[in-house]
Design a protein around this ligand. Structure first.
Ligand SMILES: Nc1nc2c(ncn2[C@@H]2O[C@H](COP(=O)(O)OP(=O)(O)OP(=O)(O)O)[C@@H](O)[C@H]2O)c(=O)[nH]1
Length: 701
C-alpha cells in the first residue's frame, strides 16, 4: 500500500487501490517501494513480496512489442532512471512464470525531491492484451487479403462516398497499362476510361444502383487501355448503405475478360464458320435465314436465295487431288464474296455447295427476279474464269438455283429446299446455268432474256425507225416536233416505248438506243434545214439518265451535230426532273447551251417540281405533263395546276408546251392560258418520219 499519514492520504490510497491500472513506485535505486492492488494482481505478487525487488530481478520478464525479450535497460523504470524523462504509451509484454504473456501499455515518470533530485519513479500500466490480439488478427487478415488479391489478378477499387476518397489498386492501373500513382485519381476517374458506346448505359446503371436498394452488382463494360484498345471488364461489387438507406461506400473488383472473350470468339468461330473457306457455315446460315425472312416480310421487300453447286467437282477432286480441290473451294469462296454486297449473306453449306441470300431486291417478284438473275449471271461469269491452282489452271462452272422470299408465305428452310431443287433443274438443263424454282418466274425471265436478245439484234439491224409528233402554235402553225422511239419488231410488229424502255434501261442498252435516236434526229434536222417549210422548226429528243451521266455526253452530242451538220439551235434535248439530281448535269447543259442546243423540262408537275430547278438550270421550255392536260378545264384541280404551270413558265421567260392534248376543250382552256405550243392526238399522233415530212414539208396552200 502507498502509505501516507492523514485522512487525505487514506482517501488517496483508496483511490489508488480502486484504479484499474497498476501503479508501482520505485525508489531512486530502482527498488520497488510500493504498489497498488491492480499492480499486485497484474504482477501476481502481494505488496510484501514486491517491496524491495528490483524490476529486472523479479520473477517476471518483459517482452518488446514484436514479442522478443526486452533488455533490462529498456524497462520503463530504468529508462526514466537513466534519462530523468517520462516514458509514455510504451508497449511491453509481461511474462510471468506459469502464466502466459499479458500485454501492457506503460507510462512512467520521475518524482523529484525539494532539492530537484530524482527520488522516485512511478510506473503505471494497463492490460491491453485484448487490443493487441485484435491488432494482430487484423494484421494477419490484411496480409491474407493482400496475398489473395495479388494472386487473383482482379483489380480492386473502393470509393467512400461520404469522404469522397477513392482507392484504385495497383492491379487496377496495371490492367489498363498504367503504373499506380501515374495518374491522379478520384471517384470519377474510371469514367474517363469508359468506351464511348458504354457511357450512356453505365451512367444509367450507376444512377439506378446508387439510387436504389440493391447491395451488390455485376456488370460488363469496356475500359480504354493506354495503347488504345479497350479491355473488356467484368465489374462486381457491393454498395454499403447507412441506416437511412443512403449509399455510403461502393467497392468492387474488375476482372479482365479479354481471354474469356477471345476464347468465346474462338468457340463461336469454330461453331459457326467453315474452317476451309472462312465463310459462315450451314448452322450460321440457317440462323441468319430465319432473321432475313422475317425482316423481308416486315419490310415488304422481296429477296432471293441462290443455291450454287459446282459442276463435276468430284472429277476435279479425283484427278487433281483433294488438296487442289480445297484450294479451288477457297478461290470460289473468295470470288463469290466479291460478287455480293457486304450485307448479303454468303455461306458454304458443305462440299461444293454455297448459298447466298440477297435481301431487298425489289418490291415485286418480277423486280427481284431480274436483280437476282443479274447477280447469278455475274457469279456464272466470275466463277468460270480460270482458277490458278498449284499444279495448273483449271476452269469450273457452277449451276445456280434461285428461289424468291419475302412475302412471308414460305418458311425459309422451305425456300432453301426450293433453291436446291431449282439448282438440280439447272444441272439437268446442262449445268453452267441458272434456274428459278418458280416456273412462272422462269418463264418471265426467259421471255425477258429473249426480248433483251431481240433488243440487241434490233439495235444492230436499225429496227428503231424514227417517229415524230408535231407541235403547233395556238394559231395552228407547225412549230416543232418530238422524236418518239418505236421498235419495229420482226415478229411482234411496232412496239411502243412502254414495252421496252425499262428493259433497255436495266440492261444499259438505252445508252446505245438513245445515241442512235439522237443521231437520227440530227440527220433529220440537217435535212429539214434545206426544206423551207421545216427549216425553222425545232426537234425535241428525249435523253435518259444513263445517257446523260456518260462522262463524254457533251462531246458525243457535239460530234453528232458536227457529223450531221444539224443546226444546234433547232435541237431540243428533253430531260425529266429526276435527271437533274445527278452530278455535273448543269455543267453539261451549260456546255451544250454555249453551242446553241436547247433544253426542255419534260413532265413538269409530276416530280419534285422544284422551282429552284427551273431557275438554276438553263432550260428554254417547259412541258406541262399530260396528266394535267387531260382534265384541263375551268374549275378543275388539274386545270388550276396547268394554269399555274403556264404562268410560272411565262414568268421565268420559258416557252410552255402542252402535251397530250386530245380534244377541243383542253385546247381551248390551254390556249386561253397563253400556252405557246400544243402536241397531241387532237392535231396528230407520232408519225413515221417519211409520213411526217410528206404531210408537213409542203407549204400550206
Ligand atoms: N477437296 C474437297 N472436296 C470436298 C470437300 N467436301 C466435299 N468434297 C467433295 O466434293 C464432291 C461433291 O460432289 P457432288 O457435288 O456430289 O458432285 P459433282 O462432281 O460436283 O457433280 P455435280 O454436282 O452433279 O455437277 C465430292 O466428291 C466430295 O467428296 C472438301 O472440303 N474439300
Amino acid at each position: 500500500m502507498l502509505g501516507r499519514p492523514g485522512s487525505a492520504s487514506t482517501r488517496f490510497q483508496e483511490l489508488l487501490d480502486h484504479l484499474p491500472a497498476g501503479v508501482v513506485v520505485h525508489g531512486a535505486d530502482g527498488v520497488i517501494l510500493t504498489a497498488n492492488r491492480a499492480a499486485e494482481r497484474l504482477l501476481g505478487r502481494t505488496l510484501d513480496k514486491l517491496r524491495g525487488l528490483e524490476a529486472s530481478e523479479a520473477e517476471w520478464s518483459l517482452l518488446q512489442a514484436d514479442g522478443k525479450p526486452m533488455s533490462a535497460e529498456m524497462y520503463p523504470v530504468h529508462q526514466v532512471l537513466r534519462s530523468g524523462a517520462a516514458v509514455a504509451g510504451f508497449i511491453a509484454g509481461l511474462r510471468r512464470k506459469g502464466a502466459g504473456v499479458s500485454w501492457m501499455i506503460c507510462n512512467a515518470y520521475p518524482v523529484h525531491g525539494a532539492d530537484g533530485a530524482l527520488v522516485e519513479v512511478v510506473v503505471c500500466f494497463t492490460d491491453c492484451t485484448n487490443l493487441k490480439d485484435a491488432e494482430q488478427q487484423l494484421r494477419k487478415s490484411e496480409e491474407r487479403l493482400r496475398l489473395v488479391l495479388r494472386g487473383s489478378r482482379d483489380a480492386v477499387w473502393d470509393f467512400d462516398l461520404r469522404s469522397g476518397e477513392a482507392y484504385y489498386s495497383d492491379r487496377w492501373w496495371e490492367m489498363l497499362g498504367y503504373q499506380a500513382g501515374e495518374v491522379s485519381a478520384d471517384q470519377q476517374t474510371w469514367r474517363r476510361f469508359l468506351h464511348p458506346d458504354d457511357r450512356l448505359a453505365i451512367n444509367v446503371f450507376m444512377q439506378e444502383l446508387l439510387g436504389g436498394t440493391r447491395d451488390s452488382f455485376s456488370i460488363e463494360l469496356r475500359l480504354a487501355h493506354r495503347d488504345g484498345h479497350y479491355v473488356p471488364v467484368l465489374s462486381r461489387g457491393f454498395v454499403l448503405h447507412d441506416s437511412a438507406g443512403r449509399p455510403v461506400r461502393v467497392s468492387g473488383t474488375n476482372t479482365d475478360l479479354t481471354e474469356r472473350k477471345e476464347s468465346e470468339q474462338r468457340i463461336y468461330h469454330l461453331a459457326y464458320f467453315d474452317h476451309l473457306t472462312g465463310l459462315p457455315n450451314r448452322r450460321h446460315l440457317l440462323e441468319q435465314l430465319a432473321k432475313i425472312g422475317s425482316r423481308s416480310s416486315r419490310q415488304g421487300r422481296i429477296g432471293a436465295l441462290l443455291f450454287i453447286d459446282l459442276d463435276n467437282f468430284k472429277q476435279l477432286n479425283d484427278s487433281l487431288g483433294h488438296e487442289a480441290g480445297d484450294l479451288l473451294l477457297q478461290q470460289v469462296a473468295e470470288r463469290l464474296r466479291h460478287s455480293v454486297r457486304d450485307s448479303d449473306q454468303l455461306a458454304r453449306l458443305g462440299g461444293d455447295e454455297f448459298v447466298v441470300a440477297l435481301e431487298n431486291l425489289g418490291a415485286t417478284d418480277e423486280e427481284a427476279a431480274v436483280e437476282a438473275e443479274k447477280v447469278a449471271h455475274k457469279m456464272l461469269g466470275v466463277l468460270q474464269r480460270p482458277h490458278r491452282l498449284a499444279v495448273r489452271a483449271v476452269t469450273i462452272t457452277p449451276s445456280i438455283g434461285i428461289s424468291l422470299f419475302g412475302n412471308g408465305a414460305t418458311a425459309m428452310d422451305e425456300v432453301l429446299k426450293q433453291a436446291d431443287i431449282a439448282m438440280y433443274h439447272a444441272k439437268a438443263a446442262g449445268r453452267n446455268t441458272l434456274r428459278f424454282f418458280d416456273p412462272a418466274m422462269q418463264a418471265a425471265i426467259d421471255a425477258r432474256s429473249l426480248l433483251e436478245n431481240d433488243l440487241r439484234q434490233g439495235l444492230h439491224l436499225g429496227h428503231f425507225p424514227l417517229h415524230c409528233q408535231p407541235q403547233f402554235s395556238a394559231d395552228g402553225k407547225l412549230v416543232g416536233g418530238e422524236m418518239l422511239l418505236r421498235w419495229q419488231h420482226p415478229r411482234r410488229g411496232l412496239v411502243g416505248p412502254g414495252e421496252f424502255i425499262d428493259l433497255a434501261e436495266s440492261t444499259g442498252l438505252i445508252v446505245a438506243i438513245g445515241q442512235q435516236a439522237l443521231a437520227d434526229a440530227c440527220a433529220c434536222l440537217a435535212r429539214w434545214a434545206r426544206l423551207p417549210v421545216l427549216s425553222d422548226i425545232s426537234l425535241a429528243v428525249n435523253v435518259s439518265v444513263q445517257q446523260l451521266v456518260q462522262p463524254d455526253f457533251v462531246e458525243r452530242v457535239l460530234a453528232i451535230l458536227e457529223q450531221t451538220g444539224a443546226p444546234p439551235t433547232r435541237l431540243s434535248l428533253e430531260l425529266t426532273e429526276s435527271i437533274l439530281a445527278e452530278d455535273d448535269v448543269i455543267d453539261k447543259m451549260l456546255a451544250l447551251r454555249q453551242h446553241g442546243v436547247l433544253f426542255s423540262l419534260d413532265d413538269f408537275g409530276t416530280g419534285y417540281s422544284s422551282l429552284s430547278y427551273l431557275k438554276r438550270f438553263p432550260f428554254c421550255a417547259l412541258k406541262v405533263d399530260r396528266s394535267f392536260v387531260n382534265d384541263a378545264r375551268t374549275g378543275s384541280n388539274a386545270g388550276a395546276i396547268a394554269e399555274l404551270i403556264v404562268a410560272l413558265g411565262k414568268t421565268l421567260g420559258l416557252k410552255v408546251i402542252a402535251e397530250g392534248v386530245e380534244n377541243e376543250q383542253q385546247f381551248g382552256f390551254l390556249r386561253a392560258q397563253q400556252c405557246d405550243a400544243f402536241q397531241g392526238f387532237l392535231f396528230a399522233p407520232a408519225l413515221p418520219l417519211d409520213e411526217f415530212e410528206r404531210r408537213y414539208a409542203v407549204a400550206p396552200a
